[in-house]
Write a protein that binds this ligand. Structure first.
Ligand SMILES: NC(=O)c1ccc[n+]([C@@H]2O[C@H](COP(=O)([O-])OP(=O)(O)OC[C@H]3O[C@@H](n4cnc5c(N)ncnc54)[C@H](O)[C@@H]3O)[C@@H](O)[C@H]2O)c1
Length: 300
């Protein structure tokens, strides 16, 4: 029952925020009938706008044509009605808030409403699927399927919990390719999957250099950019992730180094300097200092 990619027709996304709208758009581009559910009707207007702008970008860059774009848009339906959302779905990918209680509640609801054939997946970034597998009512058919930003960073982590049935990972590796991603298998539960685990180590070290008074934000970024010829350093990356998210992650880790970094981030969060999304974080946007000519060479 529902064990191969060919069995999947209807794709349900839970949460119409930053990630859910992108996963939903990619599912539609890959030919699935796609339903995007959110409990806030007002989330849909913004989601439609961002989807339209991603589609325009994909057309301009020659990755898709106008017809594919129109067909994808026609395959997407938005709803705030859980029963309507769950009807006849084959595959569910959840992108609601990164909060254990919210995830347990949403999975409790959809575990009861979705047909038994449906496969359940979560996009959680730092929680572990085992923490809310039981809430789904079908832990064997539940697995982490964690995207990055879908269109630019197109890697998806497949990470089972101890109770995930083995066939689920094979199906998800195939599903990842179908969704234009590079699938990578995290063979056992591990916080932060693969890329996020490495990124956290980099950002933790960068934070310790600044909170320890060893180097400035700009010089930490300069060093990374100058050595690796990257377009941004750890603090530029943090501005993209969002300093509120970074604060949540560091605040929840109890070691002294993370706590010092969380305390350093707190005034940014309290004053609404959350990074790119609010126009200011460590740098000011849309024209951050690290993107200007001469930043690495200190020609300022
Ligand atoms: N943003 C990213 O780049 C990214 C990347 C990988 C993973 N994730 C993970 O994806 C999840 C979502 O992140 P996001 O950045 O899209 O968040 P977001 O805040 O942009 O969107 C979350 C959406 O979930 C909806 N929601 C919240 N509670 C709900 C409920 N009870 N029922 C229905 N909808 C509900 C909200 O209305 C909102 O539209 C998180 O677990 C996050 O860790 C995000």
């Amino acid at each position: 029952m529902g064990k191969t990619l060919d069995d999947i027709r209807r794709f349900l996304v839970l949460g119409s925020g930053t990630l859910g709208l992108r996963v939903g758009l990619q599912a539609a581009l890959s030919g699935f009938d796609t339903v995007i559910y959110d409990n806030r009707e007002e989330a849909f207007g913004g989601a439609r706008k961002v989807q339209a702008s991603i589609l325009r970008h994909l057309i301009r860059s020659g990755r898709i044509g106008q017809e594919e774009s129109d067909a994808a848009q026609a395959r997407i339906r938005f709803t705030t009605d859980p029963r309507d959302a769950a009807e006849d779905v084959d595959f569910v990918n959840e992108s609601v808030y990164e909060d254990l209680e919210v995830k347990r509640e949403v999975w409790g609801l959809f575990g009861g409403l979705c047909p038994p054939k449906a496969l359940f997946t979560t996009n959680t970034s730092y929680l572990l699927p085992s923490q809310f597998a039981e809430a789904t009512g079908r832990p064997g058919r539940f697995c982490a399927f964690h995207f990055h930003d879908v269109f630019h960073a197109n890697v998806v982590d497949v990470m089972p919990h101890a109770g995930t049935e083995p066939w689920v990972c094979d199906l998800l590796m195939a599903m990842g390719r179908r969704l234009w991603q590079t699938p990578v298998l995290v063979e056992r539960e591990s916080p932060g999957y693969i890329f996020n685990a490495m990124l956290m180590a980099l950002i933790g070290a960068a934070g310790a250099l600044v909170t320890g008074g060893v180097a400035s934000v700009e010089d930490v970024d300069r060093s990374w950019m100058g050595n690796f010829k990257m377009d941004r350093g750890p603090f530029g990356i943090l501005d993209t992730i969002g300093l509120d998210t970074a604060w949540h992650v560091t605040h929840n880790q109890k070691d002294p180094r993370s706590q010092r970094f969380a305390a350093y981030l707190k005034p940014f969060v309290d004053s609404g300097r959350l990074g790119v999304k609010t126009g200011e974080g460590f740098y000011k946007y849309p024209d951050p200092a690290f993107s200007r000519e001469g930043f690495i060479e200190r020609k300022d």
